[in-house]
Design a protein. Structure first.
Ligand SMILES: NC(=O)c1ccc[n+]([C@@H]2O[C@H](COP(=O)([O-])OP(=O)(O)OC[C@H]3O[C@@H](n4cnc5c(N)ncnc54)[C@H](O)[C@@H]3O)[C@@H](O)[C@H]2O)c1
Length: 349
């Protein structure tokens, strides 16, 4: 049995972490902590366990084996470094941290403590993505040549049910849509093609998302990137907080023999079209969306089960700190590309 504490008691805790630990027979939720006590109270009421007074008191509790870190982005590094130092395994929400130095510090601390560190990159657990990775590795597309990935919705203030959410303030979020949604698709490309992105050109813009007083937000609400992987597969990524008519979370991978369309059709989550005219359509489980969350539909992301299983078996999670660093390097390089107007090469070790 793995004893769990959750740090940060907002939407992702309520919607994913707490219910998925509760449903896992090998995990026991010991308690919650949040800078807003009332938020932790709400979680205790709904999911059980106790309300810790502060993060230190949770980390000092020797009964706790592992923590989920679900706080706002700028606190990710400080809280995860403290948790690792206290000897806890860590499931950290994305994006890993807001500076490259902090990401490197987490990688280093994971190595020196030997504790499990996993990132909440849930796109890796979507059934159509798992199937697609296996099909690509089997050669159904021939040689992969290109991709087109998209992730957009109405914006994070709709997700957090708070029109003045921290997500849309630079000093409280660190990143705009690129770090919020782009990180998911960058990691997905790494997962599907099994190789890192090594080059990026990017344009970031604030097109239409506004504060309640009508001013444009001080972060990008749209980002478009041209990306190239180590073996030369090239493609585009568009991420947006202004897809106001609904969510688009689709991906296409093109190869010498055909194309794979993932979550790109309302009925079939995976469609393979080959140049000989054959079409294979699969109905696999959907990706969890903001619409699901609004409608109170619960889904199992697979993230929590994978984390618990890694700890129990002592195996390295697929999306550990080192793997997450690869995706974060692309985010930082994309920001630099936008600022400098240059195409950036990305160091990937
Ligand atoms: N994997 C995903 O698909 C996904 C989806 C949504 C959010 N997230 C990530 O999860 C994290 C939390 O997002 P959310 O949507 O739940 O936000 P939220 O605003 O709903 O909740 C954040 C909570 O953390 C608390 N908090 C902030 N700083 C804290 C600190 N230093 N110590 C203790 N508590 C603190 C806040 O009071 C709040 O209750 C973010 O990093 C976000 O990027 C991931």
């Amino acid at each position: 049995m793995i004893n769990i504490g959750i740090i940060g008691c907002g939407r992702i805790t309520q919607y994913r972490h707490a219910p998925e630990y509760l449903a896992n027979p090998s995990a026991k939720l010991l308690g919650f902590v949040d800078t807003k006590m009332s938020q932790a109270d709400l979680m205790v009421e709904k999911f059980g366990g106790k309300n810790y007074e502060n993060i230190d008191s949770m980390l000092d509790d020797s009964a706790i084996d592992a923590v989920s870190i679900c706080v706002a982005n700028p606190s990710h590094a400080e809280v995860s470094l403290a948790a690792l130092k206290a000897g806890k395994h860590v499931l950290l929400e994305k994006p890993m941290a807001t500076t490259l130095e902090d990401c490197l510090a987490i990688v280093q601390m994971a190595k020196s403590t030997g504790k499990t560190v996993m990132l909440g990159h849930n796109q890796r657990f979507a059934p159509a993505h798992i199937k697609a990775r296996e099909m690509i590795a089997r050669g159904v597309l021939g040689k992969p040549l290109g991709f087109r990935v998209t992730f957009g919705h109405e914006g994070p203030e709709v997700w957090t049910l708070n029109l003045d959410s921290w997500f849309i303030h630079r000093n409280r979020a660190g990143f705009g849509v690129l770090g919020d949604l782009g990180i998911h698709k960058i990691d997905l490309i790494h997962f599907l093609l099994d190789e890192p992105i090594v080059e990026v050109s990017a344009k970031l813009a604030t097109l239409d998302k506004r504060y309640e007083d009508g001013r444009l937000i001080d972060l990008e609400d749209n980002a478009a990137c041209l990306l190239t992987t180590k073996s030369g597969v090239m493609g585009t990524m568009h991420v947006s907080w202004t897809f106001n008519a609904g969510e688009d979370n689709s991906s296409r991978i093109y190869g010498t023999k055909g194309v794979l369309r993932l979550y790109d059709d309302p009925i079939y989550s995976l469609i393979l079209e080959t140049k000989d005219g054959k079409v294979e359509k699969l109905k696999l489980e959907g990706l969890s969306s903001n619409e699901d969350q609004k409608a109170g539909r619960q889904s199992n992301s697979g993230v929590i089960n994978a984390f618990v299983s890694s700890i129990l078996k002592g195996t390295k999670p697929d999306i550990d700190a080192q793997e997450a660093l690869k995706a974060m390097r692309v985010v930082f390089a994309a920001i630099e590309s936008d600022e400098s107007g240059r195409r950036m090469n990305i160091y990937q070790d």
